[in-house]
Design a protein around this ligand. Structure first.
Ligand code: NDP
Ligand code: OXD
Length: 308
């Protein structure tokens, strides 16, 4: 039996329909589960804490997104089950497009002019150009490496940082703490595409901002808890950073009381940079169900020790 849990109800229903078409209605149990004791495979996004501990036959936990922090953070890792995630070229391309438009909008001062328009203010500001702009990407995994390659092919100067050293054509790759400081000091745009783990939580903090080129711009596309919110506000207020685009937050939706909403240098987007597309991602989920049944190695398995 295949269980489906998605915190976004409509998306859960769409996955359940797609799975039922492929494997039969009687094989799919959409939360709240009717037959929890029969579920062997769960397709999930942000399931309630410890839900999977109540599924005695569970063999596979399939994240319906690229990230798996919702499984580790939610205390939903169960010893007997493997964890798999979505790896889909469409997800990487969508992320690239989002990063590109965010960077160009800031380079050409579009949000500033939108604000000035409200006051009918005609005031020019210098803009920057692609060859003169340095972009640094934290995380050179499936998504980060695609974003890096594509931005580099447009003519940006691209640097990237990861746990293990990478070689990517057109991208200056760094690893380790020394390498990171060097990369940050030259950065105009910092794009976070790290997974959320115990090691990366709170990584975007005051000490990192202090190492950045004055006036750099932060784009957080990873997870909310990568960022120490108060440290960002301080860095923006004392002009260490010129602005930030935030797509992910500690709490989603972002609380109406949060200081980010009214901050003139913060652009908020509702965790929409790159969304799993059922059409392009479903085959790998179907394939993992078949592989579980035949006892062969799963696709896109997550390392339970590393947590990503
Ligand atoms: P991957 O697992 O493929 O890549 C992760 C990268 O981060 C790897 O290069 C890895 O290094 C590096 N990394 C992990 N831990 C550390 C560390 N402690 N220090 C330095 N580098 C580290 O992930 P994806 O590229 O598929 O996705 C990245 C994240 O993007 C997701 O986890 C998710 O949080 C976020 N995301 C956000 C979306 C949105 O709409 N906002 C949509 C999709 C994803 P190494 O290669 O050496 O292992
Ligand atoms: C993901 C996400 O991890 O949507 O896929 O953030």
């Amino acid at each position: 039996m295949i269980g489906v849990y998605c915190s976004r109800t409509k998306i859960g229903e769409s996955w359940a329909r797609a799975l039922a078409r492929e494997f039969g209605d009687d094989q799919v149990d959409l939360y709240p589960f009717v037959l929890p004791e029969s579920i062997e495979f769960i397709a999930c996004w942000k399931a309630p804490n410890r839900l999977f501990h109540s599924l005695p036959k569970l063999k596979v936990i399939q994240s319906l997104g690229a990230g798996v922090d919702h499984i580790f953070d939610g205390d939903n890792v169960v010893e007997q089950a493997e964890i798999a995630r979505i790896i889909d070229p469409q997800l990487s391309v969508d992320m690239y497009e989002f990063a590109l438009v965010t960077i160009l909008a800031d380079m050409k001062n579009l949000t500033l002019y939108r604000d000035q328009q409200k006051d009918k203010l005609w005031k020019e500001r210098r803009y920057s150009t692609i060859p003169g702009t340095v972009i640094s990407i934290l995380g050179l995994g499936v998504i980060g490496s695609t974003v890096a390659t594509k931005l580099s092919s447009l003519g940006f100067q691209v640097q990237g940082w990861s746990r293990s050293k990478k070689t990517i054509e057109g991208v200056q790759c760094y690893s380790g703490t020394g390498g990171l400081s060097e990369a940050l000091s030259a950065t105009d745009y910092l794009l976070n595409l790290l997974p959320l783990t115990n090691e990366t939580r709170g990584f975007l903090n005051q000490s990192l901002f202090d190492k950045m080129k004055v006036g750099a711009y932060l784009i957080n596309l990873g997870r909310g808890p990568h960022l120490v919110d108060e440290d960002l506000i301080t860095a923006l207020d004392r002009e260490q950073l010129s602005g930030a685009c935030l797509d992910v937050f500690h709490e989603e939706p972002l609380s109406k009381e949060h200081a980010f909403w009214d901050h003139p240098k913060v652009l908020i987007t509702p965790h929409i940079a790159s969304v799993t597309n059922i059409e392009t991602a479903r085959q790998q989920v179907f394939e993992n169900i078949r592989r579980m049944k035949s006892g062969t190695a799963l696709l896109n398995v997550v390392d339970k020790v590393k947590g990503y």
